[in-house]
Design a protein around this ligand. Structure first.
Ligand code: NAP
Length: 546
């Protein structure tokens, strides 16, 4: 029996509603949630702002965009058939291949028939009398639904720098997230890149050999480490496939669901020689090992962190020929791994090229964008193309951009003014029947692994609602206070939480995002799942159900 039939004659009969569930976003989480809710026989609609599926991998088409985690560990694991039929061509696949994969998934599970593309949601208002959500779109369309599921993505609200004169520039300019679908020709062009986060690094290292001249505007250098990508041939893919059960099991067991997990040893429990050899080994390995698989205390112990930072600084010095330039590329205000580590392929060597210039904005800040380029306190730089790799209003930004209102017209943005408050990162009190996928306070880590868990948990909750004829699911004050305090306590002692970055909710380009918040759950993924499983096993007693 569908929710539609079950809820007849309840407040706001389901038959009066357009849908049983509306999902906002057709990225990895929205796509999988649609698939799972169909299994419950629900009437589901996905609203997607883009013209295709893929979310992050639909939008981020900038040059060099690719996985920083092993492709196979970042795919869906729920379908054996899908795992068997898809071959990855690289250990860290590039955006076009990942998007092809996600389109393949959409085709295989016939997802697009329930996805409305080019549909940007502007508001979502809860109506207590009928226990429904009213959703409005930018194009004026409106839909009603019992349940609202946000699958917005933690990094999907791109932000432009607040620099005067931005609109006056007469050349081409792009934010990396909003990259054009047509190929951009860099040959012979004078190109600027503003921003040196993971996105800037991938862009810079990719276009440096294509442009006439590249000028990198760096405010804060980041600690980057080698990706060590490689091709996968048929024989290796067969071995990877044979190892899937073991690999996905390992992902479930590691701290953040990555293939890499912290070494049980402390930094000072080994000799200097052993430590150096271990750092060297990690620097030579593919992927996030140097960040996620390092000594267990590098992200909590200042002295331990200083040693790995010093090691990576030495690597930067050895790779950049000009010693003065090398010093500018070494971070001074944060230690290794306290911000998300960009993985790179010959990034530092780019600065040895004659056609590449670094402008250190700490010495010569940008004053304005001019019709012909960028003016710093020291000089006017002329450009044909300006690339803004300036990041995102992360985690809560995509929520802030929708007028989400719960009971008594309460705005989510106001409720979260001093930082998000959630129950398990999934529900918020005063916002009944709204569930968040990859919202604040969930375990992020290896995102597809976390998504599959999150989606399965929400699916379990909605199955429970159907089986028990429930039409109103809400977190309690006590539940939200307890989870929020738990998340805050877990964040104590983490060096990353003392640093400005998107992970601590800082964005210099967004009003009101200058104070650090605890936006991420920083406990282990197994502990997160254990807690959520317990709530489900106890019949969701911690929720207010009606
Ligand atoms: P980001 O890490 O927030 O970096 C933004 C960059 O722009 C920073 O260097 C920042 O400098 C600079 N910036 C911002 N506003 C500026 C201004 N007004 N003037 C000068 N510089 C300015 O953003 P991102 O690089 O897009 O990466 C965000 C996250 O996306 C990553 O951490 C990662 O989680 C994810 N990502 C993943 C992949 C992958 O998996 N392969 C690739 C790319 C991104 P400050 O540091 O001084 O603020």
């Amino acid at each position: 029996m569908s929710i539609t039939q079950e809820a007849q004659a309840r407040p706001g009969a389901a038959s009066d509603l357009d849908y049983d569930a509306i999902i906002i976003g057709a990225g990895i989480s929205g796509m999988y949630q649609l698939h799972r809710l169909r299994e419950l026989g629900m009437r589901v609609l996905v609203l997607e702002a883009g013209s295709g599926v893929g979310g992050t991998w639909y939008w981020n088409r900038y040059p060099g965009a690719r996985f920083d985690s092993e492709s196979y560990s970042y795919s869906y694991s729920f379908s054996k058939e899908l795992l068997e039929e898809w071959d990855w061509s690289e250990h860290f696949s590039a955006q076009p291949e990942t998007l092809r994969y996600l389109n393949h998934v959409a085709d295989k599970f016939d997802l697009c028939r329930d996805i409305r593309f080019d549909s940007r949601v502007t508001s979502a208002h809860y109506r207590e009398g009928t226990r429904r959500w009213d959703i409005a779109l930018q194009d004026g369309s409106r839909f009603s639904t019992r349940f609202l599921i946000t699958a917005l993505g933690p990094l999907s609200a791109p932000t432009m720098p607040r620099i005067e004169g931005r609109d006056s520039f007469q050349g081409s300019s792009f934010h990396t997230y909003l990259w054009p679908h047509e190929k951009v020709d860099f040959a012979g062009k004078r190109v600027a890149v503003i921003g040196t986060g993971a996105t800037g690094v991938q862009t810079i290292q990719t276009i440096a050999s294509q442009v006439g001249h590249l000028t990198v505007f760096q405010r804060t250098p980041n600690w980057c480490a080698p990706l060590h990508n490689g091709l996968i041939d048929a024989a290796e893919m067969a071995v990877i496939k044979a190892g899937y059960p073991e690999m996905f099991k390992r992902c479930q067991e590691t701290f953040a669901c990555f293939l890499h997990t912290a070494d049980p040893r402390g930094t000072f429990e080994v000799s200097d020689e052993e430590r150096e050899a271990f750092f060297e080994e990690l620097y030579g390995q593919p992927g996030f090992g140097i960040w996620q698989g390092n000594f267990r205390d590098i992200l909590t112990d200042r002295n331990a962190n200083a040693l790995i930072s010093d090691f990576v600084a030495r690597k930067i010095r050895s790779r950049v020929k000009n010693p003065e330039l090398a010093e500018k590329l070494i971070p001074r205000n944060h230690g290794f791994g306290t911000r998300r580590v960009p993985l790179e392929t010959r990034y530092y060597e780019v600065y040895n090229q004659d056609n590449v210039t670094l402008v250190d904005l700490l010495e010569t800040p940008i004053e304005r964008i001019t019709p012909t380029g960028i003016r710093t306190s020291a000089a006017d730089h002329e450009f044909d193309i300006i690339i803004y790799a300036t990041g995102f209003d992360a985690i809560t930004g995509s929520f802030d951009r929708i007028d989400i209102r719960g009971t008594d017209g309460l705005a989510l943005k106001d409720k979260w003014k001093t930082g998000p408050q959630t129950y398990l990162g999934v529900l918020v009190e005063s916002f009944p029947n709204m569930m968040m996928l990859m919202g604040p306070h969930t375990a992020l880590g290896n995102i597809p692994r976390s998504i599959e868990y999150n989606v399965d948990w929400v699916t379990g909750l909605l199955r429970f609602a159907r089986e028990n004829g429930l039409t109103r699911l809400e977190a309690t004050d006590a539940g939200v206070a307890s989870w929020t305090n738990h998340v805050k306590a877990l964040g104590e002692g983490l060096l990353a939480n003392e640093i400005d970055s998107w992970m601590t909710g800082i964005n210099s380009n967004v009003e009101g995002k200058q104070t650090r918040i605890i936006a991420r759950y920083s406990g282990s993924a197994p502990a997160y799942r254990e807690r959520c499983d317990q709530v489900a096993a106890e019949g969701y007693q911690e929720l207010a159900l009606a």
